[in-house]
Design a protein around this ligand. Structure first.
Ligand code: ADP
Ligand code: MG
Length: 238
């Protein structure tokens, strides 16, 4: 579903990704871990072309992305941000319905019906008429997930979706993500929630200094890290 080959991303003279190779199979759940500044956000922002890579290739669902190709693939990739990024002046229902109307050409009626169904799925059926500011952080992030799902993406990218939440709200968002993981959608999740990685990931990818240092099944990554950089990262976070 995603193939990155020798992907390089520089910001001016600074290189954030030094030739990354990553393959994600259809339906696979990949969790990306690593210290702050290691290039995790840059990696997933290159996949959905919020950043354009300078070298190498990125192929999503069989189509090249980047280098001037504004690929239709981008509408197949959904993103959930740390900071929710909801429109404050729109109701929850409108926030979720907007993408399908604007990008997929659905009528408002059809898009709102889809939004209702998705908001129920993330446990927010009673909140559809509210504005984002009237919701808790955990509820806002569940709206963010419903909004991403409304585009019926083949790939869902999450960039630290629980990092901005108060601790008591982390669980409700991770629960929704764990349910999603069972539906067959391909997911790439950047997170510091090691419990989630252990429970849900098919594969864990450890980044440091703009490189993938180690990857493998969660059991192996957490129980027998080979690279000393992974060992000391785990000691610091576990
Ligand atoms: P992570 O998500 O792992 O914390 P990032 O991908 O955000 O790391 O950043 C990786 C490196 O790239 C950091 O050193 C960061 O400062 C740098 N970087 C990220 N975005 C930009 C940008 N727009 N301009 C300049 N440097 C950036
Ligand atoms: Mg980041």
């Amino acid at each position: 579903m995603i193939e990155m080959k020798n992907v390089v991303k520089s910001f001016g003279l600074f290189t954030a990704l030094h030739g990354v190779d990553l393959q994600v199979r259809e339906g696979e759940i990949v969790v990306v871990i690593g210290p702050s500044g290691s290039g995790k956000s840059t990696l997933i922002r290159c996949i959905n072309q919020l950043e354009e890579h300078n070298g190498g290739e990125i192929i999503v669902d069989g189509a090249q992305v980047g280098h001037g190709r504004k690929s239709t693939v981008l509408t197949e990739v959904g993103m959930v941000f740390q900071s929710f990024n909801l429109f404050p002046h729109m109701t929850v229902l409108r926030n979720v319905a907007l993408g399908p109307v604007r990008v997929r050409g659905l009528s408002w009626a059809a898009a709102e019906e889809r939004a209702q169904r998705l908001l129920a799925r993330v446990g927010l059926e009673g909140h559809v008429g509210k504005y984002p500011a009237q919701l808790s952080g955990g509820q806002q992030q569940r709206v963010g997930i419903a909004r991403a799902l409304a585009m019926e993406p083949k790939v869902l990218l999450f960039d630290e979706p629980t990092s901005a939440l108060d601790p008591e709200m982390v669980g409700e968002v991770l629960d929704v993500m764990q349910q999603l993981a069972k539906t067959g959608v391909t997911m790439v999740v950047v997170t510091h929630e090691m419990g989630f990685a252990r429970r849900v990931a098919d594969r864990v990818v450890f980044m440091d200094g703009g490189r993938i240092i180690e990857e493998g099944p969660p059991d192996e990554i957490f129980s027998s890290p080979r690279d000393p950089r992974l060992g000391s990262f785990l000691q610091a976070v576990l």
